[in-house]
Design a protein around this ligand. Sequence first.
Ligand code: NAD
Length: 364
Amino acid sequence: MDIFEAMAGADYEQVVFCRDEASGLKAIIAIHDTTLGPALGGCRMWNYPSEEEALVDVLRLAKGMTYKSAAAGLNLGGGKAVIIGDPASDKSEALLRAFGRFVQGLNGRYITAEDVGTTVADMDTIQMETDFVAGTSSEHGSSGDPSPYTALGVFHGIRAAAQERFGSPDLSGRTVAVQGIGSVGYALCGLLHEAGAKLIVSDIRDDALMRAHEQFGASVAASSAVYDADCDVFAPCAFGAILNDETIPRLRCAVVAGSANNQLKEPRHGDMLESRGILYAPDYVVNAGGVINISVELEGYSAARARHKVEQIYPILLRLFGIARKENIPTYAAADRLAEQRISAIRRSTGFYVGSERRPRNKS
Ligand code: NAD
């Protein structure tokens, strides 16, 4: 793989390869763009079959964080880290601390956090070596579990989509089919139930389905049948690539808005939804509640401020739908445009260049 060519293709600023002999650490930190602020993104630990696959993954994820933070209106850039190894057998205090020293060496250009294969306890260990870590267990100012905030953001995303499609954000009497009632999906069901929505739920865990039925009066759809559910809103909250050639023709909803990452199998599936008259609320805008919550931790955490910021997903989505209408483009393309416009406007107004001094982090 030609690394500089790959970086140039999507305008990456910096890729750092980290190696520590003593602990066996092999990690890659990718900083995509820091125009809006320090690059925030989780640290994934995964047993990648090859170094090239690790590199491809970290580059893709870092760029995704740039767009997510920019569209959410945060003063943060996009970055990500991957540690190559099996989290069950290769993780150690020495390895995490070595990683923390590399993060510290970037002097705030990259801020790490929890991701697949890393935990809150791991962030505590990394914090022994660096100031630039979020999502620790610190009683003073930690943002804690992001899932309720992600669910809150999805809830407001669904309200905004309802406003756009039905002319009112009121969800009472609307039917929402939630696919996956794990940490985010279940919390979302609670908010929708409170708002008077009727629920259809699907999951592979019978205990969760039973609980949703008892607590929220939800009806249950078999996991293979949720795409055929007659509903106003389909909320994918389980896994990615579920909007594809097989599922889209089956959908009987007016809106798709959920927490799952990378819902469109390919960009063209966003066009396919559009041509079926289904309003797609872009995933990375709708599910930004978790990263918004973490961003508040960087300023000194307040749950009330985090809620307020997450609620801004509603006006952001309305703006995005407006761009899509005005420019006659699909909503997924309007999300990218929203993010790109914000980055280029700030770049122009500050004369930002890579490596220019970032605001110091105000750590409480
Ligand atoms: P989770 O693991 O707690 O929940 C996922 C649920 O999906 C589980 O209950 C699982 O049993 C269920 N599921 C698995 N296969 C299924 C199938 N075939 N049909 C129906 N249900 C199935 O995960 P989560 O934290 O709730 O995250 C849900 C999604 O949202 C993921 O795609 C995640 O990447 C994304 N997301 C989560 C957050 C967050 O704050 N947790 C933030 C942004 C994006």
